[in-house]
Design a protein. Structure first.
Length: 347
């Protein structure tokens, strides 16, 4: 049972417990048997009072604006950047270590940005900021593949197109896709709802995620560049991205071109990727095999297919990547950070 009477097990709080990432985090805590001494569920005042179940026990959701963080050792924040900017400093000031799943602190020099399979050594000490940042949902699977490639061949350039699901906007994004799809099927001329996604996402692809920057890139695209550099410890890594929203409920996909410093042998590349922890290579035995968000399976694995070394430039290769953005891209990575912290005794 995850609930522990041991004084060494942390008291935890889940901020944003009623959201898509928060409810996924609850599922993963149950599935992975993460041990805690106490768990508190926290959300905005409008969601407070709801009752959720963790490990068969009912818990009432508490209001964030009156919550006492001195009662917990570790807090997961998954309620959006504006909430984190306002409330994470308050939690840290009360002695709580925060794992933040937003963009609020990722590029703060005093805050480690962690993917445990890539840079778990960042967790050997408690950060001076009191915060550990969880990376972007599309950055996490990418850097997990880039690390072994950089170590083996060195990387010159990475070009990525993402195909990101509606669940990246949480429960409201999923609901809007469902409603807009029904509306369009009933009347193809109807505009349908377009609040979370503009224009509507139903039967559409939208090459625009987050806010537009002066460079012409979006913030989502900039995140993938900056975060990859920080996680991999490669401040000059050349990453350029086009981030696209697609009418998929859950599961982000990426097509990535990776050009290396040396010639890449496909057989060695396939073996290298397949040897990575929690990575499934689909065309290891069947050339050209590929995963999709609906068919990949194993939601806690990064799925890779369509591995192609370019005949005209054997230093470069393409991969197709699929990962569950609510789990690998958010809640699972955050929980694996917490697991690594408890193993190291750095909570």
């Amino acid at each position: 049972m995850p609930l522990s009477t041991s004084d060494t097990a942390p008291r935890i709080a889940l901020v944003g417990a009623t959201g898509a990432v928060g409810t996924t985090l609850i599922e993963l805590i149950e599935e992975r048997g993460f041990r805690y001494r106490d768990v508190r569920l926290v959300a905005s005042p409008r969601s407070a009072g709801r009752e959720l179940t963790v490990e068969g026990r009912p818990y009432r959701v508490e209001a964030l604006d009156t919550f006492d963080f001195s009662a917990v050792d570790l807090a997961f924040f998954s309620a959006g950047s504006s909430v984190s900017r306002k409330w994470v400093p308050a939690a840290v000031a009360q002695g709580t270590l925060v794992i933040d799943n937003t963009n609020a602190f990722r590029m703060d020099p005093g805050t480690p940005l962690v993917v445990p399979q890539v840079n778990a050594d960042e967790l050997d000490r408690r950060p001076s900021s009191g915060i550990i940042a969880n990376p972007n949902c599309s950055t996490i699977p990418l850097v997990r593949l880039l690390r072994p490639v950089e170590d083996r061949w060195g990387i010159r350039q990475v070009v990525v197109s993402t195909y990101q699901a509606a669940s990246g906007r949480g429960h409201s994004g999923i609901a809007e896709l469902h409603e807009a799809s029904r509306s369009t099927l009933e009347d193809p001329a109807a505009q349908g709802p377009a609040v979370e996604f503009t224009p509507t996402l139903a039967f559409n692809v939208v090459p625009f995620i987050d806010e537009l920057l002066d460079t012409g890139f979006t913030l989502e695209e900039q995140k993938m560049l900056q975060e990859s550099r920080k996680i991999l410890g490669l401040p000059h890594l050349d990453v350029t991205t086009t981030c696209v929203r697609v009418p998929v409920v859950n599961g982000h996909s990426e097509a990535a071109w990776i050009e290396c410093d040396d010639v890449v042998a496909r057989d060695e590349l396939v073996r290298l990727l397949a040897a990575q922890p929690e990575v499934t290579v689909h065309d290891k035995d069947t050339l050209g095999a590929f995963p999709t968000p609906r068919t990949a399976g194993a939601p806690d694995q990064v799925h890779v297919g369509r591995i192609r070394v370019a005949p005209h430039n054997p230093r470069g290769f393409w991969v197709w990547v699929v990962a569950d953005n609510l789990r690998i891209g958010a809640a699972l990575n955050a929980l694996q950070i917490a697991e690594a912290l408890t193993e190291r005794g750095t909570l």
